[in-house]
Design a protein around this ligand. Structure first.
Ligand SMILES: [Zn+2]
Length: 266
């Protein structure tokens, strides 16, 4: 994955609402998603998107411990995946910049992020962009749309289902930790990289985010991670949520950093 692609991911987390005229759109419905598309010839690809989306949903819900809390995204609340036939149509009708490859859109009635808008594309979509955006929506649904989630935590979870991402991040961060060049967690926790132009820093931010999130899940389990998310949902800061979830083991960001770095260089 290129750094350029990483930058896309940051930016399309914050796109504007999009209007979709429903009359001429076809629909394929799954348990949690509805895929809307314009071109009948895209049917086979659309079915593939729907299958992948449902699969990512199930895997992530278990991974972050949400599956045991509630059966969310019910029949009436299914998330829409809106697919334009090509990039030109997507760019023209959503008003997105020419480099954008997908966007998250709000539900007109609730104002919540309930749609992923994109166009038919191959490279990096099914195993990169799609799981990334779905994971953002699942985490938002879990923690609450109005709650503040630290960016690293949000982006860390969003990358869990991306193909090969955790493994690549592990190699990068093991090297950084060995050289003591990783980002201290208290700094990572306050970083906003939307305006960051240094692509190396952006790449490290993403790699470290998924590495730390994956460390928590691998070491302490999905159920505990679900508790951590529920403490964030209750309005706790990340430090408070860590302390309440992992008690004396990971009682602060500093303690988490100590354990994570030890694990990385082991
Ligand atoms: Zn993201």
């Amino acid at each position: 994955m290129t750094v350029r692609y990483l930058v896309f991911l940051i930016l399309f987390c914050f796109l504007n609402p999009t209007q979709v005229q429903s009359e001429s759109w076809s629909e394929e419905k799954g348990k949690h998603f509805i895929v809307q598309y314009l071109d009948a010839e895209d049917y086979v690809w659309v079915r593939k998107v729907l299958r992948h989306a449902e699969d990512y949903y199930d895997k992530l819900a278990h991974q972050i411990g949400y599956a045991r809390y509630q059966n969310f995204w019910t029949w009436d609340e299914r998330v829409k995946i809106i697919i334009y036939p090509d990039k030109e149509r997507f760019t023209n009708e959503t008003g997105q910049p020419a480099w954008a490859v997908a966007g998250a859109a709000r539900d007109n009635s609730s104002g919540q992020l309930r749609a992923i808008v994109t166009f038919k594309q191959e490279a990096g979509f099914l195993d990169g962009i799609l799981p990334h955006e779905i994971s953002h929506l699942v985490l938002r649904d879990f923690v609450g749309f109005e709650k503040t989630i630290p960016l690293w935590f949000n982006e860390g979870v969003a990358q869990l289902q991306e193909k090969g991402k955790k493994d690549m991040a592990h190699v990068i961060m093991r090297n950084m930790v060995r050289k003591k060049e990783h980002i201290p967690l208290h700094t990572l926790n306050t970083l906003s990289i939307a305006q960051e132009e240094d692509s190396f820093k952006v790449a490290i931010f993403y790699a470290e985010s998924v590495s730390v999130v994956n460390y928590l899940i691998k070491t302490y389990g999905s159920s505990k991670f679900g508790q951590l998310c529920s403490y964030l949902r209750d309005g706790n800061s990340i430090s408070q949520a860590l302390r309440k979830t992992y008690s004396s083991t990971v009682k602060s960001l500093e303690a988490l950093e100590e354990r994570w770095t030890k694990y990385m260089v082991y």
